[in-house]
Design a binder for this molecule. Structure first.
Ligand SMILES: Nc1nc2c(ncn2[C@@H]2O[C@H](COP(=O)(O)OP(=O)(O)OP(=O)(O)O)[C@@H](O)[C@H]2O)c(=O)[nH]1
Ligand SMILES: [Mg+2]
Length: 683
């Protein structure tokens, strides 16, 4: 296997909205570079990067997948990422592995939500950016207008590096070529604009340029990289993954113009935690200690765990002993792989810039650091921000006894995907799986069933209502039992009052003269707290209440812990019944990104769900972010609703805002359901 030095490596993440053609573009590039005999297709399920059975069914990429291509002297690592919003966590994770983010724009659809999000995320992470306009062969595309739109949305730094020619059957390079014929604009003008932009980052070169009037592409190389690093230049190129126009030119851009690992912005690592942490900069030197970062984990029931990493420093070979994070025990690499979609290709060494993988290392987790010396302990990558999953289902095993296995499988899947989560509600004894959207949730459940052979029943998770009181009241209970031998005796008098929303629970012992001995007070509190967990009127946890125990009685022989637990509990229930108890419902704040034209419909729909719009903000031409508040219970089925309102161009997310009293009919309904379920339990 050929060896490639760091200077001869390129790393590129292909990102962009769903169906912009990233996976098809990978096929075209692999074919052009001679890595595959013929390009596969997404429709036939024959692509290198969408190899997962679920991806073939959905005809969408669901996970980031890695491919590489090799020309005479350069190896290009490409990460193909999903553009569907539900799977965007995979695209975000790929940002840590590359120098260049290539944002693929669908010429037919124009700028879309994920296009803009990825442009922003890549800029925040200080990555070099390239815009690839794909599908230039398609009907009804207006490329000059699209180029103007790109510049309006992402800045004048977006300059064409080639232009479509011969009716978009080919493209003509504008960087190495000072003149030529194009379908629109002018090659000479585009060339001039590129050179002008590049020399602006280098004063000496600028003076030389002003003197000579021309400058060679070789002289422009270093400032070109600097302009990319500083975001002063975002090249725009045109391709058709379908008919091959612009593919050879894109390959040339990757090899000759995109930064090698020593030319991009170095990633930001930290050493240590909290206030004492310090920035740490890796050095892409193959001779130094090893520092690699796991940016993807694949859990396969047959192959085991595959940890996919980017080498940032040093050289990893089969003999390297690597520590995982702060772990004390190293593992020996043994087998080292280069990935080509589903295929693992064994290699001898990986140098800075290489994306490679190790198998069957249990300690490896998403986002951990691998290193070969304790000098590099406590180093971690500046964290990426992932969206927080809110779309949930409650799950129960189809087969009894499968609980532990399901929990194991889900925890393994969480290790792979930072945008799924698992919660257990001890009150409801309910396990809730959350993901970014309905399709995401479905894919997790399908993978559990097909790959790990565990099946679950699902139902909508219960809404996490709460109970509280709105008035003050007193409660009393005497617990007295005489059963042959020793009796049970305890008596409690207490007062309760509402506390401010969110203030929580407070227990006050205001008894005097030892009417309830000190050693029994914890029992009283225990009884009270049992009610806090199970609720009193509708079966939900009670919050924001103060309980003041002011009197009671005990018996020198018959007083027992159980007696005071029971007396505390029943005295509290007695008081609650008189303190105007209510049910509180969760209100969530929601953010909706949608085409501007849909704002009215969205506001109307929200108000019909007892919600309201609280603000709007322009994102980019034609796209708007709407923020609002709505009761969680009303958002059941909201994804489908939004899809129909926006024709599939909207996305939304939510998080908890606060609790409010539920409307009276809902209160009555919840209380009734609770009564019924209690009655059934007793029968
Ligand atoms: N006309 C035309 N169609 C294309 C081109 N490239 C891709 N397509 C089609 O566009 C559709 C989506 O292509 P994909 O390659 O799956 O797109 P993607 O960006 O990988 O989509 P996600 O994985 O969902 O993010 C498929 O039907 C492709 O055949 C192109 O250059 N021209
Ligand atoms: Mg794809």
């Amino acid at each position: 296997m050929a060896q490639f030095a760091t200077e001869n490596i390129r790393t590129v993440a292909l990102v962009g909205h769903g169906a912009s053609g990233k996976t098809t573009l990978v096929e075209a590039l692999l074919h052009k570079a001679g890595m595959i005999a013929a390009p596969g297709s997404v429709e036939r399920g024959t692509t290198v990067s969408d190899f997962d059975p679920l991806e073939k069914t959905y005809e969408h990429s669901l996970r980031a997948s890695l491919v590489h291509l090799e020309t005479a002297d350069t190896r290009v690592h490409i990460v193909d990422t999903p553009g569907f919003p539900d799977f965007i966590g995979q695209a975000i994770g790929a940002l840590d592995a590359v120098e260049t983010v290539a944002v693929v724009v669908n010429a037919q659809a124009g700028l879309e939500m994920i296009t803009s999000r990825m442009m922003d995320w890549a800029a925040k992470r200080r990555l070099c950016r390239l815009v690839i306009v794909n599908k230039i062969d398609a009907e009804n595309v207006d490329l000059p207008a699209l180029l103007a739109q790109i510049q309006a949305a992402y800045g004048r730094e977006c300059l064409p590096i080639n232009l479509p020619a011969d009716g978009a059957k080919r493209v003509v390079d504008c960087f190495f070529n000072p003149a030529g014929d194009a379908d629109f604009s002018s090659v000479a003008a585009a060339h001039q604009a590129l050179v002008d932009q590049v020399v602006e980052v280098d004063e000496a070169l600028m003076s030389l340029y002003l003197e000579q009037g021309e400058i060679s592409p070789e002289q422009l190389h270093a400032p070109f990289e600097k302009a990319l690093r500083e975001g002063h230049l975002i090249p725009v190129c045109f391709v058709s993954a379908r008919n091959g126009a612009g593919i050879a030119e894109l390959l040339e851009i990757m090899v000759k113009l995109l930064p090698n690992p020593t030319e991009g912005n170095p990633p930001l690592f930290y050493k240590g935690e909290g206030d004492t942490r310090e920035e740490f900069h890796s050095d892409p030197d193959p001779k130094k200690h090893v520092l690699a970062h796991i940016f993807k984990v694949v859990v396969d029931p047959f192959v085991g765990k595959l940890g996919v990493f980017r080498v940032h420093q040093g050289t990893v070979t089969r003999d390297t002993q690597l520590f995982v994070g702060d772990g004390r025990k190293p593992f020996k690499v043994g087998h080292l792989f280069l990935l080509q979609g589903a295929k693992n290709i064994e290699i001898d060494r990986a140098v800075p810039g290489d994306l490679a993988a190790v198998a069957k290392v249990d300690e490896v987790e998403f986002d951990c650091v691998l290193h070969d010396s304790h000098d590099e302990d406590h180093i971690h990558m500046a964290p990426l921000e992932f969206p927080v999953p809110m779309q949930g289902v409650a799950i129960t095993p189809k087969k009894r006894g499968d609980e532990q296995r399901i929990s194991d499988v889900l925890h393994r899947m969480i290790a792979e995907d930072p945008t799924i989560s698992l919660e257990h509600d001890p009150v409801l004894n309910e396990t809730v799986l959350r993901a970014l959207g309905e399709l995401h949730l479905r894919s997790v459940l399908e993978r559990m069933a097909s790959q790990f052979k565990v099946e679950v029943d699902t139902r909508p998770p219960r809404i996490p209502y709460r109970e509280t009181i709105t008035g003050k009241a007193e409660g009393f209970h005497r617990h007295k039992k005489q059963t042959g031998g020793a009796g049970q005796f305890g008596e409690v008098s207490l007062r309760i009052e509402p506390r401010e929303r969110g203030a929580g629970f407070e227990f006050v012992d205001a008894t005097k003269g030892g009417v309830i001995p000190h050693n029994f007070m914890p029992a009283v509190q225990k009884g009270v707290e049992q009610v806090l967990v199970t609720g009193a009127i509708a079966g939900f946890p009670m919050q924001d209440v103060r309980v003041i125990v002011y009197d009671g009685k005990h018996h020198p022989v018959d007083s027992k812990e159980v007696a005071f637990v029971s007396a505390g509990k029943k005295a509290f229930l007695d008081a609650i019944a008189k303190a105007k108890p209510i049910v509180l419902e969760p209100i969530v704040s929601i953010e909706i990104i949608c085409p501007e034209g849909n704002t009215g419909d969205i506001a109307g729909d929200l108000s019909s769900r007892r919600g309201q719009v609280t603000g709007t903000q322009g994102m980019q031409p034609g796209v708007i972010a709407v923020t609002g508040l709505a009761p969680l219970v009303e958002l059941d089925g909201y994804s489908a609703r939004l899809k129909s309102v926006t024709g599939g161009h909207g996305s939304w997310s939510m998080q908890l805002s606060h609790y409010e009293p539920a409307p009276a009919p809902l209160q009555a309904q919840l209380a009734n359901e609770y009564k019924k379920s209690r009655k059934q339990e007793e029968d």
